[in-house]
Design a protein. Structure first.
Length: 297
């Protein structure tokens, strides 16, 4: 009997409310671990753009879509470098969610991320939903190989383009050696997901403090990442006094890297850094901490 689409999802993880789990403890009794995810992608000019800032003239899609491709390209030429400066000036490291093909297309950006000690995370080979990838296993292998060749080590984490997964994606990722994923936005703590190749960890990602949602989808004012991020942090900080929480900040160069938004990201970091009991970690650091916690149970 063939499983129906989506049948794997609830089998991956049992439902366990956060207040009924064994207690976790961050180093120094910190309350919140904050991780930044910088997303860098390959938008191919020979197809429809993953997102658009301008609608096509008279509603008719046209290829090549130069204005919307150029909107993204601006982020790689200019916006990305604002992220590098913002993070470096605060001694922060990001997780670098990168399409495998970006290593050849935008080597300067990848070199900057590598040299800054960022945690490289696979983000598909090109920016395309996993449901539209002809051979997921091959695309995952290509991505891992490209990052390994560029950095000297394979990525430990994975964020699918658009957070998309088929019923088989998680199994293929685990079989390829991926240790943590960002697609399962269902908690404020890391949780363990089951695959046919053993367990894989979900590190809490976000669709809320995420500039695609804030700026491209909801089209909120420029300061929304600061206002929403501050409010998100404030509540996690309160709740983290009882049991620690993870806060993700997901940014894209063509969105938050623009002149009228970047200062609000800087303001958010400075606000968070003004609080004791906060760890600014990468996804891999959160993974290692979580594994050390569950190993002692």
């Amino acid at each position: 009997m063939t499983d129906t689409i989506g049948s794997s999802v609830r089998r991956r993880i049992p439902y366990t409310p956060i207040h009924k789990r064994p207690a976790l403890r961050l180093p120094g009794d910190a309350r919140v671990a904050v991780w930044t995810i910088v997303n860098v992608e390959n938008w191919s000019p020979d197809g429809a753009m993953p997102r658009a800032v301008l609608p096509p003239p008279m509603g008719q899609p046209l290829l090549p879509d130069v204005p919307n491709w150029a909107w993204h390209e601006y982020g790689m030429r200019v916006g990305f470098w604002r992220f590098v400066e913002t993070l470096e000036s605060r001694n922060l490291k990001a997780t670098f969610a990168v399409n495998g093909s970006v290593c050849e297309l935008y080597p300067d950006a990848c070199e900057a991320a590598r040299d800054a000690g960022w945690d490289f995370m696979g983000h598909g080979f090109v920016q395309r939903p996993m449901h539209r990838v002809d051979d997921q296993k091959a695309a995952i292998a290509q991505t891992i190989e490209a990052i390994s060749r560029f950095t000297g080590k394979p990525p430990r984490g994975w964020e699918s383009p658009g957070l998309t997964e088929t019923d088989e994606t998680l199994d293929l990722l685990a079989e390829a050696g991926i240790e943590y994923v960002a697609d399962w936005v269902l908690d404020e703590q890391p949780v363990t997901l089951k695959t046919r190749a053993g367990d894989i960890v979900s590190v809490p990602y976000t669709v809320e403090i995420n500039d695609v949602v804030i700026s491209a989808v909801q089209q909120q004012p420029s300061d929304e990442i600061y206002r929403r991020g501050r409010d998100q942090f404030d509540r996690l900080y309160v709740d983290g006094a009882k049991t620690p929480r993870v806060m993700a900040i997901s940014i894209h160069p063509y969105l938050t890297g623009v002149p009228h938004r970047i200062k609000y990201l800087e303001m958010l970091y400075d606000y968070i850094l003004g609080h004791p009991g906060v760890l600014m970690w990468t996804g891999a650091e959160i993974l290692d901490w979580y594994r050390s916690q569950i190993a002692t149970r």
